[in-house]
Design a binder for this molecule. Structure first.
Ligand code: SF4
Length: 361
């Protein structure tokens, strides 16, 4: 990434370097004045000052208009390294099927540069990273959802609009949610990540109520489409630590991409995973599988933001499916879907006979 405002250390280049992937340090931070009335807002401000990161005040975390950068592409890159600290006003949670009942909002936006990421379209002109300081209010809202669904279990997904683990060193929000959910007999938390920075979560009391999932993929996909995330080996090492700390563990294979040599690619992935995970990790392990999809809007944005991307988005080769965002999405034709699903399912059970597959979509 080439961003020019920086005073702070930036993570090393992701694919070639074997150095550990660094923690995300924003290059510019905006604060809503009201955010500083919350202890978390104050704490983040102290951290920003200690890091020497430039900061500005803003009236609303939804209206950041004066980002540096000459062109739209430059502004997009800068936005991905800009943090906005605000108060979450909407405390009505969106649904989050098929992964959970509700999306629990602690952050919006991500520092990763995955070419296929759906946040490119869902966040539209606001790709900067927003974190919310009023976690207590979010937790109170979650409690009401749990009570409303009792005696059933209510599940919450914390990674619908962000990769919250990549921001945990700044916010501590996941730790708060995990600790809260540990005391809720009918509440469950889950989140997915492409980062390895699990240390702050390992010593927490979680009571097995939080499932941590790692997003994994064939080497071809990680190498070509997931810049600015942790390497596969780093994610797997973190998965081992999470399992050792007693958390329920899962993997999301997403997006599953049809590419030359995909059979070997996904076979290798599962074999490498089985070889790298500590023994006994297979018990209670879950897998989720999501095939690659795109909309017309996503295609044009991706072509603009990542013009050299090898991501295949040929509408002629895809099947149209009506999406809940009021747009057609393009998925693989049935025959390809079946081939991908069956092949990967077999490889999963070959290496992890005790695992459960939650869904393929
Ligand atoms: S890490 Fe996840 S949320 Fe972040 S850009 Fe990649 S796919 Fe999107």
């Amino acid at each position: 990434m080439s961003v020019s405002t920086g005073m702070a250390e930036r993570p090393p280049a992701q694919r070639k370097s074997k150095k550990p992937t660094g923690l995300f340090i924003p290059e510019l931070v905006f604060f809503e004045p009201n955010a500083l009335n919350y202890p978390k807002g104050e704490r983040i401000m102290e951290w920003v000052k200690a890091q020497g990161i430039p900061y500005r005040m803003t009236t609303s975390h939804n209206r950041i208009t004066n980002l540096p950068g000459e062109t739209e592409t430059e502004q997009y890159k800068i936005a991905k390294r800009t943090l906005v600290v605000g108060v979450r006003k909407t405390l009505t949670f969106d649904q989050s099927k098929p992964s959970a009942d509700y999306a629990i909002p602690i952050a919006t936006g991500c520092m990763g540069h995955c070419h296929y990421c759906y946040l490119q379209t869902t966040l539209g002109a606001k790709p900067y990273i927003r974190v919310y300081v009023n976690t207590d209010e979010v937790i109170n809202a979650a409690k009401k959802y749990i009570e409303a669904q009792a005696p059933g279990i209510t599940t919450f997904e914390a990674a619908c609009t962000s990769d919250p683990l990549g921001l945990e060193h700044i916010t501590g929000s996941l730790a708060e949610l995990i600790t809260f959910m540990a005391q809720e007999p009918l509440g469950r938390l889950r989140f997915v990540t492409k980062y390895q920075h699990v240390e702050p979560l390992l010593g927490l009391k979680h009571n097995g109520h939080t499932r941590i999932r790692f997003s994994i993929n064939a080497d071809y996909v990680i190498r070509n489409f997931e810049p600015a995330t942790s390497r596969f080996e780093e994610r797997i090492e973190a998965a081992g630590k999470v399992a050792k700390a007693g958390y329920p563990l899962g993997f999301i294979i997403a997006p599953i991409i049809w590419h030359d040599g995909w059979e070997e690619g996904y076979s290798e992935l599962l074999a490498k995973l089985a070889a790298a995970l500590p023994q006994g990790t297979g018990n209670g392990l879950t897998f989720e599988m999501i095939q690659h999809r795109f909309t017309k809007t996503a295609k044009s944005l991706i072509e603009k933001r990542y013009p050299k991307s090898k991501l295949e988005m040929d509408m002629e080769k895809r099947k149209m499916k009506w999406g809940r965002w009021g747009q057609y999405k393009y998925v693989y034709p049935d025959e390809q879907q079946t081939a991908l699903r069956e092949w990967i399912t077999e490889r999963i059970f070959e290496h992890f006979p005790e695992a459960r597959i939650d869904y393929f979509t």
